[in-house]
Design a protein around this ligand. Sequence first.
Ligand SMILES: Cc1ncc(C[n+]2csc(CCOP(=O)(O)OP(=O)(O)O)c2C)c(N)n1
Length: 175
Amino acid sequence: MVVTDGGHFLGWSNMYWPVAAPDRMMMVGTAFQAIGLGWPSVVGAAVARPETTVILNSGDGGGLMALADLESAVRVAGGRGCAVVWNDAAYGAEINLYGLKGLAEGPMRIPEVDFAGLATAAGGEGLIVRTLDDLERVREWTAEDPATRPFLLIDLRICGTIIAPYQQEIIRINS
Ligand SMILES: Cc1ncc(C[n+]2csc(CCOP(=O)(O)OP(=O)(O)O)c2C)c(N)n1
């Protein structure tokens, strides 16, 4: 079960992640048009579907907004849970849609937060990913027993300059 917050990063998961069935991709942030719903969505999905693995797809901006629920997600989903945080040190969607139009980008940028460290602090496992080789731990994790493995947070330290096609389309239409 994939649950998603909202932001630029959605382009990558929706293009490249396979999902098992239409009701296994719950775009919560898009449905409510509000960011910050990612961590609580993990809790809801884990309780609603106790037999399945729950994958959160989140940006760093939305992930910070509901930080208190990161601990809840780690605790409730445990080894059935995994979070992918697209960490570009920015509210990337705002930069792509408004910064490129000339608005001041300062308020759209945030420090590079150590999400892997936050997951570890809450009792999960944090994995900083900068290269494809760093993803090897994810392969191992998928083979481990969900009853005993930790909640895994994949902290993707991405560059913010590559823009997903769906946002390029919005930029084209808006300009
Ligand atoms: C509560 C709320 N505040 C602001 C917005 C406007 N908004 C939409 S996407 C976005 C940026 C999200 O940033 P991040 O989670 O880091 O994801 P990125 O766009 O960088 O991939 C913002 C601020 C919103 N949808 N909801």
